[in-house]
Design a protein around this ligand. Structure first.
Ligand code: ATP
Ligand code: MG
Length: 430
């Protein structure tokens, strides 16, 4: 049989890297908690119509990126993003009736069938958050503040905040008409995709990376000219709050974002351009004040964001782990195996991470294994040690060797490791 490989655009995370994922995820959860966000989880599968209705029919995601399938009489889709599911859950559980403002965060895999490349995968992970129930620009500013803090905490270089407003009510329709009028005479100069978008969703032309579309967009009208007084006040409010928070930001009038559900504030955060190149958008977000009502809920304003964790890991290069275990227990000879396993368990009960050899390997092989695990201490139990009631302790860092009374070995090892700052885990609470 041919070797089975992972699905194209999807990848495994092995232990050397999963420690980095844990670090970034923990930093995100910590930052989110500092800002009063609580974790929520939704299923990976949702009814297809949820995404068609919220993300929007004429978007890249719905047009060509969704993993959708029929199962019996259900049309299902592997979630391509997290906001739609969070909003569905918010409506389904009548959360608005329980609290005036809701701050949720989530972490997990998303699925989009796009062309794989560096920083762009078919299964990727997002860390996202939503605030429901607050219409003002204050929570928009606070969300961006939290994200900038998070990116700096994990060491992303060159963080850049871009904001724009997409307006509300009929602003978007008026802007759409203005864009159509602008692009219609240049239709032949646009990419094939954008010629189609001219009919279905001309805003998406501004989002295109095709050089022909970028060129034709240069002197296009900007949405800021079409904002209502209320939309304008919201946008100005956000900008002055970002100034008050000391967050440098740029207004990017080309920014439209790829999803249909946005109203008023939209933003992107870029960073680490040297490592990521053009695909340097780390976070995307925006307000979606109409979605909850469109999903059959009450009229509740909302804003959300999603950060791409795969790209954050490339951007931040978090450190890997120094050591796999603190200590290694090495039985020599069959009779030593039982006592060695007991000794290993006693050490673990004190919070010392231990691998015990269960292969019956030679002393040379055992020491090589202990070294490769980064263990600081090796406890050797051979026939001689068993007879004398001792354990041989080898300090791989200090290259020293000594015999310890067996009944004192756990206490001495624990003390040594604590003094060396090596015991990473907390004592069990029992
Ligand atoms: P892009 O313009 O890069 O395609 P997008 O607008 O489709 O991004 P969003 O739907 O806003 O992206 O998702 C938010 C973030 O999730 C992105 O900024 C990016 O960091 C990450 N992301 C999106 N799609 C992918 C993917 N296929 N692989 C890895 N990360 C992704
Ligand atoms: Mg995309």
């Amino acid at each position: 049989m041919d070797p089975v490989r992972a699905v194209k655009g999807m990848y495994d995370v092995l232990p050397e890297d999963s420690i980095k994922w844990q670090r970034v995820e923990a930093a995100f959860a910590r930052t989110a908690a500092l800002y009063g966000f609580r974790e929520m989880r939704t299923p990976l599968l949702e009814p297809t119509r949820l995404f068609v209705r919220t993300v929007g029919e004429a978007t890249d995601i719905v047009e060509k990126e969704m993993y959708s399938f029929a199962h019996h009489d259900e049309e299902l889709t592997l979630r391509p993003e997290g906001t739609a599911g969070a909003a569905r859950a918010y409506v389904e559980h009548h959360v608005h009736a329980k609290e005036a403002v809701t701050r949720w965060y989530y972490l997990g895999p998303m699925f989009r069938a796009e062309k794989p490349q560096r920083g762009r995968y078919r299964q990727f992970s997002q860390a996202g958050g939503e605030i429901f129930g607050d219409p003002g620009p204050g929570c928009d500013a606070e969300m961006i503040d939290m994200l900038v803090g998070f990116l700096k905490a994990i060491g992303v270089p060159g963080v850049e905040v871009l904001v724009n407003s997409i307006g509300s009510g009929d602003t978007r329709q008026r802007f759409r008409d203005a864009l159509r009028a602008h692009f219609e005479p240049k239709k032949a100069l646009l990419s094939e995709d954008s010629q189609r978008r001219l009919e279905t969703n001309p805003l998406r032309i501004l989002d295109s990376k095709d050089p022909r579309d970028v060129d034709a967009s240069k002197d296009a009208p900007t949405i800021l000219e079409h904002l209502s007084a209320e939309d304008r006040a919201h946008f100005d409010g956000l900008r002055s709050l970002l100034d008050a928070l000391g967050i440098a930001h740029k207004v990017d009038t080309r920014l439209v974002r790829g999803l249909d559900y946005y109203t008023r504030t939209i933003f992107e955060i870029k960073g680490a351009t040297q490592k990521l190149g053009a695909g340097n958008t780390l976070v995307g977000g925006g307000r979606y004040d109409n979605m909850i009502a469109e999903l059959g809920g009450p009229s509740v304003p909302a804003i959300g964001f999603a950060a791409g964790l795969d790209r954050l890991l490339i951007a931040a290069e978090p450190a890997g782990a120094a050591a796999v275990v603190d200590a290694f227990v090495a039985p020599l000879g069959a009779a030593a195996m039982g006592p060695a396993l007991v000794l290993a368990r006693e050490l673990r009960d004190k919070g010392v991470s231990v691998e015990a050899d269960t292969r019956g390997a030679s002393l040379k092989a055992l020491l090589r294994r202990a070294n490769s695990l980064g263990a600081r201490l090796v406890l050797i139990l051979g026939e001689g040690e068993l007879g004398r009631g001792v354990v041989t302790l080898k300090d791989l860092a200090g290259h020293a060797q000594e015999e310890l009374p067996k009944d004192r070995a756990v206490a001495i090892v624990t003390d040594r490791l604590a003094a060396a700052g090596a015991v990473r885990r907390e004592e069990p609470s029992s």
